[in-house]
Design a protein around this ligand. Structure first.
Ligand code: ZN
Length: 239
């Protein structure tokens, strides 16, 4: 059986499983047919993002906006390809914009040996192909996408990491603030700029209202996701 190109979440919102359920992108479609793509996976994922578009009956010319939750190679890796195919620039939080534009991941947490090691090998343009940044988003901004997409700044994983709340469909995209891989868990600490800050800012996700939680790493939670996230945050409280 062919691997599915898209997973419908709610009407007008799909998950793109780019590496099984381990690495995901997302599609939002407005009522008028305009399409927004969120996160483009690894450097090899670009064609798969474009194939996912076809799977919902859309094409490159329907894409009007491209978003990145943050400037890491497993999210921005396929971005340059998708940018070329659609002719569009990217929206990313102000604090990650310069990294996206030069193709480098933000600094890693030097509290951890691996974080220090990764940084030694990080050079501009070598983490992923640089992307064209068209708009720098900020916390609280409601992007004019599919009835409104709220930017929730959750820094720590990277300085400009964002989660995204689609208020109309009550769908939260956590980004890498929380993973759902073999259960809810924190992101990989040595990839974070400030792991502790990522734990602290993730608490913002417990305060939002949503009926579905989608993850950039892992499958979505459809059953009382807010309660699940709140109890995860409570159990893993950081002071
Ligand atoms: Zn990341």
């Amino acid at each position: 059986m062919a691997k599915e190109l898209v997973v419908p979440l709610v009407p007008g919102v799909w998950r793109i499983p780019l590496v099984r359920d381990l690495v995901n992108g997302f599609i939002l479609r407005d009522d008028d047919g305009q399409v927004t793509l969120i996160d483009m996976g690894l450097s090899s994922s670009g064609p798969r993002v474009m194939a996912a578009l076809g799977a919902i009956g859309a094409g490159p010319s329907d894409v009007t906006r491209l978003l990145l939750t943050h400037a890491h190679p497993d999210h921005a890796g396929g971005a340059a390809h998708v940018g070329r195919e659609t002719g569009r620039g990217f929206t990313i939080h102000h604090d990650d914009a310069a990294y996206a534009a030069e193709g480098s991941a933000p600094p890693r947490d030097h509290t951890f040996l691996l974080g220090r090691l990764f940084d030694r090998f990080s050079r501009p343009g070598r983490d992923f192909e640089p992307v064209t940044v068209e708009h720098e988003m900020v916390d609280g901004e409601v992007l004019p996408i599919a009835g409104g997409l709220r930017v929730v700044h959750t820094p720590g994983h990277s300085p400009g990491h964002v989660s995204l709340l689609h208020e109309e469909s009550r769908t939260l995209i956590t980004g890498d603030a929380i993973f759902n891989v073999l259960g809810l868990r924190w992101s990989v600490r040595s990839f974070c700029t400030d792991f502790r800050m990522s734990q602290q800012t993730a608490h913002r996700l417990g305060e939002l209202d949503y009926d579905l939680a989608a993850f950039t790493h892992g499958a979505e939670l459809r059953n009382r996701p807010r309660e699940a996230i709140r109890s995860f945050l409570l159990k893993h409280r950081t002071t």
